[in-house]
Design a protein around this ligand. Structure first.
Ligand code: DX5
Ligand code: ZN
Length: 225
C-alpha cells in the first residue's frame, strides 16, 4: 500500500482551514509543506509561522520540504513550529550533508534527503543509511502543476534496488506531477510514498482519490487500474 501526502502549495490560502479539514477527512497520510526562499528555487512561499498555524488545525503528520539555501539555519525553527519531518535538498549543501542529517536527527523528527530530477542519484548513496526517506523530485522544484518527468523512474528503480540489497528501511518518495497515472509508474518502480498537489485539488471526489492512490501496490496495479 502506498502512503499519500497532500501538498498545499497550489491551494487557496484564504481557505486553508477548510482545505486542511478536507485532507484529514479524506484520510491522507500526511500534509506536505513546500518552503521556498526565492534563491534555491525561483519562487517564494512561507516560513515557520505558517507551519505553526497549520499545526494548530491538524494532528496529521507534517512533512516540511525545504527548498531553501542554508537549510541548517532554519531546522530548529521549523521543528519548534510543529514539523514532524524535515526534508532538505542534497544540492544546497553537498559538502556538509552528514552534519545536517545529525542536526535534524537530534531534533527528534524524521529526516529526508531530496534530489532534483537532474541530480545523479549515486551522489546520495553514502547517506541512505542515515535518513528516514529519500525524496526524488519528479519535476523541477519551484512550482505546482507541472508534468511528471518519467526519466526519474530510473533513479527510483536504483533506490529500490539498493534498498533491497542493503536491507535498508528508507522510504522512497516522489513529488511533482503525481496523479493516478504517474503514481502507478512510480509504485511499480518501488515508490513507498506519493505526494500530490494539483491532482488532489482537481479530484471531485477527494475521498475516492486518496483511497485509489493509497491502494496502489505492485501486485495489484495491472488487475485493478
Ligand atoms: C514543487 C513542490 C511539490 C508540488 C507538487 O516544487 O515541491 O510539492 O507542490 O505539486 P503538483 O502535484 O501540483 O506537482
Ligand atoms: Zn514538495
Amino acid at each position: 500500500m502506498a502512503k499519500l501526502g497532500i501538498s498545499i502549495l497550489s491551494m487557496d490560502y484564504m481557505e486553508l482551514g477548510n482545505e486542511i479539514k478536507a485532507i484529514g477527512k479524506a484520510q491522507a497520510d500526511f500534509i506536505h509543506l513546500d518552503v521556498m526562499d526565492g534563491y534555491f528555487v525561483p519562487n517564494i512561499t512561507f516560513g515557520p509561522d505558517m507551519v505553526r498555524q497549520i499545526r494548530k488545525e491538524t494532528d496529521l503528520f507534517l512533512d516540511v520540504h525545504l527548498m531553501i539555501n542554508s537549510p541548517e539555519k532554519y531546522i530548529a525553527e521549523f521543528v519548534e513550529a510543529g514539523a514532524d519531518k524535515i526534508t532538505f535538498h542534497y544540492e544546497t549543501n553537498e559538502y556538509r550533508i552528514e552534519e545536517l542529517i545529525k542536526k535534524i536527527n537530534n531534533c527528534d523528527v524524521k529526516t529526508g534527503i531530496a534530489i532534483k530530477p537532474n541530480t545523479k542519484v549515486e551522489s546520495i548513496k553514502p547517506y541512505l543509511n542515515l535518513v528516514d526517506s529519500v525524496l526524488q523530485m519528479t519535476v523541477e522544484p519551484g512550482f505546482g502543476g507541472q508534468s511528471f518527468k518519467s526519466k526519474t523512474l530510473k533513479n527510483i528503480e536504483k533506490l529500490s534496488e539498493w534498498k533491497k540489497e542493503k536491507n535498508a528501511d528508507y522510504l522512497i518518495e516522489v513529488d511533482g506531477g503525481i496523479n493516478l497515472k504517474s503514481a502507478k509508474l512510480c509504485v511499480e518502480s518501488g515508490v513507498d510514498s506519493l505526494i500530490a498537489g494539483s491532482s488532489f485539488i482537481k479530484a471531485t471526489d477527494k475521498d475516492e482519490f486518496v483511497n485509489r492512490m493509497q491502494s496502489l501496490r505492485v501486485s495489484t496495479i495491472n488487475e485493478t487500474l
